[in-house]
Design a binder for this molecule. Structure first.
Ligand SMILES: Nc1ncnc2c1ncn2[C@@H]1O[C@H](COP(=O)(O)OP(=O)(O)OP(=O)(O)O)[C@@H](O)[C@H]1O
Length: 248
């Protein structure tokens, strides 16, 4: 679709000679939250790395704000914030210093103290990265993804490791930024989060997107096979089971 800010079509990627992505397709519109779902090892993070330009596709098409991220990584990073699973920072770097450093890369960054409060790190601003708990590191990685006021953000396992209050606050922050036009790719294993937050979801299994639609559409599709399906968690498990039995 022409209004898509992210357009991925028939993406295939090989790593160490092994086909990891075989046929991944999805689009994300302006102000839309797209959930990427799938079991461990399905290819979600590999897909996210293609959006960053870190990986070169074997075939297929990836466009982010109209640009090929692998050919134009610097331009792509101006409009996209990435919160990836493997973020690492020097252990002595303090929370606020890290956010200010990242803010300095962008022309119109967010207000750092406001962002610190929004991600629940207001009282930990002076803590070195190496002394943060897992959940605090997660909050910092979210702040670093958002500090540049991106138009698009890729969030890989956004709320993993967060306590319930942190999860609520971060989801509130993402919703608020979406209302301002932010487009989001959200990789998650939390089906309740996907159901509440995502406008559409795409499910990857074995390197292929095999189901896509609004959470309601997926629930309706799964219910046609099993009338007991109640929600996205049931639908996801049912569709995955069908796919495993009849791989495409
Ligand atoms: N550098 C690499 N070389 C070879 N294979 C790799 C490499 N990185 C990832 N893989 C393989 O690619 C497949 C997809 O991995 P990926 O991390 O994209 O899955 P995922 O869906 O994000 O999983 P998870 O939910 O566990 O994070 C896995 O089988 C993984 O072992």
């Amino acid at each position: 679709m022409s209004t898509a800010v992210i357009d991925v079509q028939n993406l295939a990627v090989r790593l160490a000679g092994k086909p990891v992505l075989r046929d991944v397709s999805f689009t994300v519109g302006k102000g839309e939250i797209l959930g990427l779902l799938g079991p461990n090892g399905a290819g979600k993070s590999t897909t996210a790395e293609c959006l960053t330009g870190a990986l070169r596709p074997e075939s297929g098409r990836v466009r982010v704000s109209g640009l090929d991220p692998h050919r134009h990584p610097a331009e792509t990073r101006k409009t996209v914030g990435y919160q990836l699973q493997s973020a690492q920072l020097p252990p002595a770097l303090r929370v606020r210093e890290a956010i200010e450093l990242f803010a300095s890369f962008y022309p119109a960054p967010q207000d750092v103290p406001v962002l610190l409060d929004a991600v629940g790190l207001g009282s930990a601003w002076a803590t070195p990265y190496g002394r943060l708990s897992g959940g605090q590191q997660q909050r910092l990685s979210i702040a670093l993804a958002l500090v540049g006021n991106p138009r698009i953000v890729v969030l890989d396992e956004l709320t993993t490791g967060l306590d319930p209050e942190g999860r609520r606050d971060i989801l509130h922050l993402i919703r608020r930024m979406r209302e301002e036009g932010l487009s989001v790719v959200l990789i998650t294993h939390f089906m309740d989060e996907a159901q509440r937050l995502c406008d559409r979801v795409a499910v990857i299994y074995n390197g292929r997107t095999f189901a896509a639609g609004t959470p309601q559409e997926l629930v309706a599709a799964a219910r046609r096979q099993d009338p007991a399906v109640q929600d996205l968690a049931d639908a996801y498990l049912g569709l995955l089971e069908t796919q495993r039995r009849n791989p495409s």
